[in-house]
Ligand binder design. Structure first.
Ligand code: C2E
Ligand code: MG
Ligand code: MG
Ligand code: MG
Length: 282
C-alpha cells in the first residue's frame, strides 16, 4: 500500500517534470540565488500535549519566497534539490538559520521546547554531517538537546555505513532523533530498538480519515501501542479537527501537531505562543 503510494508519487513527479521542464530548470537555477538572496525562510509549527497542555516541540518548515512563483512549499522544490544534490548546501544553510534562532530563543525563553529539523535521507550520506552540527552547536552555544532531527524510515533503509554512523553520531551529540511520516516507509522496524529514537510521528495520511476508516484507526492504535511498549513518545501529525483529536485521545495518543492547534508560524508568533502557555502554567 505504502509502496504503491511511493511509486505513484514518483511517477506523478516524473510526469510533472517532463511536462514542466522549464519549471524544473527555473527551480534548479533559482535555488542558488534563493539561498544567497534571502528568499528562503522558515516557519515553525508547535507540537502540543493536551494532557499537560504544553508545547512539547516545534518543527522548522522551510519556505521559499520565489520572485515569480510566489511562496513555494518544500514538496515542490525539495525533490529537485535532492535530485540535483543541492539539498546538502541548502540543508546546512537551514541548519544555520535554525541554530541561530534557537540561540535567540534561549536568551528569552526558559525551558524552550525542542526544535525539530527535517533531514532528507540524502543529507545522511554526507560524511561531515555530525561534525557540522557539532560546530553549529558550539558556535551558537545552544544545548544539544534543544535540537531534534526528523528522519524518515527511508533513511534507515539505506543502511549505508555513513548513514548509520550519522544517526548514531547525532544522538551521541545529545540531539534527539524522531521518525517522521511513520507508517509510510514499510521498513524493517528493528531500527526502533537499535537506535535511541525519541519520538514516532504518525503520518497524516492515517489521521485524515480516521473517523470513517477502521483500517486507519487500527493502524494508528497499533502504532500507539508499539510506541508505548518501546517507551517512545508518540505524536499524530496533521490533526485538523476536534473529532480526530477525540479519537486519538480515546486511544491514548497525547501529542498532536496540526492545524487544529496551530499552523506553521513566524518565529515572532512562536515566542508569544510559548510565553502565553508558560504563564498559563503558573
Ligand atoms: P513533514 O516533515 O511531515 O511536515 C509536516 C507537513 O504537514 C508540513 O508541510 C506542515 O505544514 C503540514 N501540516 C501540518 N499540520 C497540518 C494539518 O493539520 N493539515 C495539513 N493539510 N497539513 C499540515 P510542509 O511545510 O509543506 O512540508 C512538507 C514536507 O517537506 C515536510 O513534511 C518535510 O518532509 C519536508 N520539509 C519541510 N521543511 C524541510 C526542511 O527544512 N528540510 C527537509 N529536508 N525537508 C523539509
Ligand atoms: Mg517533519
Ligand atoms: Mg511528517
Ligand atoms: Mg485507508
Amino acid at each position: 500500500h505504502a509502496k504503491e503510494n511511493g511509486r505513484n508519487r514518483a511517477q506523478f513527479f516524473d510526469n510533472e517534470i517532463s511536462k514542466n521542464n522549464l519549471f524544473y530548470l527555473k527551480i534548479e537555477n533559482g535555488l542558488h540565488e534563493a539561498v544567497t538572496g534571502g528568499q528562503i525562510y522558515i516557519q515553525y509549527q508547535p507540537q502540543f500535549n493536551y494532557q499537560t497542555r504544553t508545547v512539547i516541540g516545534i518543527e522548522a518548515l522551510m519556505r521559499w519566497k520565489h520572485p515569480e512563483e510566489g511562496i513555494l512549499k518544500p514538496s515542490v522544490f525539495i525533490p529537485i534539490a535532492e535530485e540535483t544534490g543541492l539539498i546538502t548546501s541548502l540543508g546546512y544553510f537551514l541548519l544555520d538559520i535554525v541554530c541561530k534562532q534557537i540561540a535567540e530563543w534561549q536568551k528569552h525563553i526558559t525551558n524552550l521546547p525542542t526544535i525539530a529539523i527535517n533531514l532528507s535521507p540524502k543529507q545522511f550520506l554526507e560524511p561531515s554531517l555530525v561534525k557540522h552540527v557539532q560546530q553549529l552547536i558550539e558556535h551558537y552555544e545552544i544545548k544539544p538537546n534543544a535540537l531534534e532531527f526528523e528522519i524518515t524510515e527511508s533513511a534507515f533503509m539505506q543502511e549505508t555505513e555513513t548513514t548509520l554512523a550519522n544517526i548514531n553520531g547525532l544522538a551521541n551529540l545529545g540531539c534527539r532523533i524522531s521518525i517522521d511520516d511513520f507508517g509510510t516507509g514499510y521498513s524493517n522496524l528493528s531500527y526502533l530498538k537499535r537506535f535511541p529514537i525519541h519520538m514516532i510521528k504518525i503520518d497524516k495520511s492515517f489521521i485524515d480519515d480516521i473517523r470513517h476508516d477502521n483500517d486507519d484507526k487500527a493502524i494508528v492504535d497499533a502504532v500507539i501501542r508499539l510506541a508505548e511498549a518501546l517507551n517512545i513518545t508518540c505524536l499524530a501529525e496533521g490533526v485538523e479537527t476536534k473529532e480526530q483529536l477525540e479519537i486519538l485521545k480515546g486511544m491514548g495518543c497525547e501529542n498532536i501537531q496540526g492545524f487544529l492547534f496551530s499552523k506553521p508560524l513566524h518565529p515572532r508568533l512562536i515566542t508569544e505562543l510559548i510565553k502565553q502557555h508558560q504563564s498559563a502554567d503558573n
